[in-house]
Design a protein around this ligand. Structure first.
Ligand SMILES: Nc1ncnc2c1ncn2[C@@H]1O[C@H](COP(=O)(O)OP(=O)(O)OP(=O)(O)O)[C@@H](O)[C@H]1O
Ligand SMILES: [Mg+2]
Length: 314
């Protein structure tokens, strides 16, 4: 049995179009069928999990089949939710006549680069921490490689960033208490908010780094460019101590005798599979065949799920 089967959190990443959404959906379906209560989360701004199941999904878990639930994270909605949260946190901290100006500033910040990412990240953190108790398995379908790597390495970055902010506030506070005369420390609600966020990030980071709990799966095809991109991504994540232990090699051609065209492609594919075996000798591999049509119906997804089950439990 492959190790991935017993993980609580599973991320599916990879180059555009290789089959991340298909593999994540098939894995989630397989996990649900095994009796695990499973949550499938799409963090890709160009969602396709909903399309695969022919269901309209939203930011809250929706039941797809027995034991299987799904969420689609909408970056715009998350940015709004995030900014509303920031405004809420500041309630009572700024003087009434400043509120409008502060809100204007926050809204401006919301349209700046990076805001969507911060909001997505906040939601990722809340899903991991808050839904972990309600589900046996959480499966993340992510956007193409670069985006995912940034998302996964954010706990580290944000931790360092918040540390800097906390230091600055501590100094500010010290000066402030000194000015106030008696030198007694004053309460700083912003410090507390930052400190709480830091704690949550640290908690998520611990989960993301724990390979008993979390699995990173890269999906690729037996072709040159996806192999090279996967190699780079595996290396980048390793630098952040995130180990990719599983690969899904998707869209493998059938064995054919009667077509010289397909036979030639199959030969090339064999060479690439050897290359995958050599380059990724540390990773477990799951091989999925190419179907004769898109995976856009439940029946097709079932076929992928069956192929996956054979590979998972062999
Ligand atoms: N094993 C397969 N057999 C046949 N078609 C497949 C298979 N796997 C995926 N596909 C098809 O390939 C296309 C891309 O798959 P999918 O949407 O899962 O990729 P993705 O990596 O999530 O793409 P994106 O980067 O755009 O999110 C889809 O049309 C899907 O139906
Ligand atoms: Mg996708």
């Amino acid at each position: 049995m492959k190790k991935i089967v017993n993980k609580q959190i599973v991320f599916f990443g990879g180059k555009g179009g290789v089959g991340k959404s298909t593999s994540a959906s098939a894995f989630a379906l397989t996990s649900a069928r095994k009796g695990q209560k499973t949550l499938l989360v799409s963090t890709d701004p160009a969602h396709n999990v909903g399309d695969i199941f022919h269901k309209r999904l939203s930011g809250n878990p929706k039941r797809l089949t027995e034991n299987l639930f799904a969420i689609e994270i909408d970056p715009n909605e998350e940015t709004k939710r995030y900014l509303d949260g920031v405004k809420d946190n500041l309630k009572g901290l700024v003087k009434a006549k400043m509120v409008e100006e502060v809100h204007r500033q926050i809204d401006l910040a919301g349209s700046s680069p990076g805001a969507d990412e911060a909001a997505m990240f906040d939601r990722l953190v809340s899903i991991i921490l808050d839904e972990k108790g309600s589900f046996d398995t959480i499966v993340f379908d992510t956007a193409p490689t670069g985006h995912t790597i940034r998302l996964l390495t954010l706990p580290e970055l944000m931790g360092a960033w918040i540390d800097g902010m906390l230091k600055r506030r501590e100094n500010l506070n010290k000066n402030f208490s000194a000015w106030m005369g008696d030198g007694e420390p004053v309460e700083d609600p912003i410090y507390d908010i930052l400190d709480k966020r830091k704690e949550r990030f640290a908690e998520v980071r611990k989960i993301l780094l724990d390979d008993e709990l979390t699995e990173y799966v890269f999906v690729l095809n037996a072709e040159r460019l996806p192999i090279l991109e996967t190699e780079k991504a595996v290396e980048t994540l390793r630098k952040h101590d995130l180990l990719v232990n599983t690969l899904v090699v998707n869209k493998l051609l059938p064995d054919v005798e009667d077509s010289s065209f397909l036979r030639k492609r199959k030969e090339q594919e064999k060479e690439y599979i050897q290359m995958i075996d050599k380059k990724f000798n540390q990773q477990e591999k799951i091989f999925i065949p190419l179907l004769d049509g898109d995976v856009s119906t439940l029946e097709a997804l079932d076929r992928i799920s069956e192929a996956m089950q054979e590979e998972l439990f062999q």
